[in-house]
Design a binder for this molecule. Sequence first.
Ligand code: PLP
Length: 287
Amino acid sequence: QWIYLNGQFVTKEQATVSVYDHGFLYGDGIFEGIRIYNGNIFKCKAHLNRLYDSAKSIMLEIPLTYEEMEQALVETLRRNEMRDGYIRLIVSRGAGNLGLDPNRCEKASVIIIVEQLAIYSEEAYKNGLKAVSVSTRRNIPDALNPKIKSLNYLNNILVKIQSNLAGAGEAIMLNAQGYVTEGSGDNIFIVKNGVITTPPCYLGALEGITRQAIIEICEKKGLKLKEEPFTLHDVYVADEVFLTGTAAEVIAVREVDGRIIGGGSAGPVTLELLEDFRSIVDQDGLK
Ligand code: PLP
């Protein structure tokens, strides 16, 4: 396995960063998770747009141009002979000193890791996941904006700990007002009486690229879709609940806080959208 580390290809064992890297010291950095399907870097442009926007927002200068970044991704895949898998692209502030000041960090670190993905079993896609709502609140736009895919994932991790303790596979995060925002690392949708609803991202969710792909599929098919705030009550009484994300694709939630959702397994809209999604994954991207 070859890892791209600041312009070099190194082995897993050699792929180390400084303990003074502010990504490590402070979570000062950003990342992307991208899928490769049949040699196609799915939605590469959307991921790189989000990466460069996140960088601009936190005043992090990525030492590679957009085109150089695309080339680095392609070259990393080529070296690893990877045609199906997952890319983790990380840009951290780089090595500085123990102080917070990013001006002390000379150059951002760019790391590209490609791996096979341990995805959910086909059983899980049919049966759905068990989820719980958690007390940790999603960070809101007037704090660290959730549009920034930053290395600060501590509240998502706290959420994961809570769902683990509850014996659930996933968590549902609310914002401070009690509106549903997203899962620990996935966006959320509900279906009720044929209407598909997902929370607007301004409530406190990442603008997921899978979420956007699902919205576009729904529009294309003429399915009724709304971006509207909703609460846990709406989740409990939904006919279907599903999550979307680069790793998970489209996966049903069968139970939330002990309430069985719909028929207690993946519903027809979820399964249809999963199929539609899988039919486009080798089309829109960088080959
Ligand atoms: N929400 C959070 C907090 C995430 O980390 C992710 C994963 O990247 C998502 C949602 C889903 O986004 P995407 O579909 O771009 O993978």
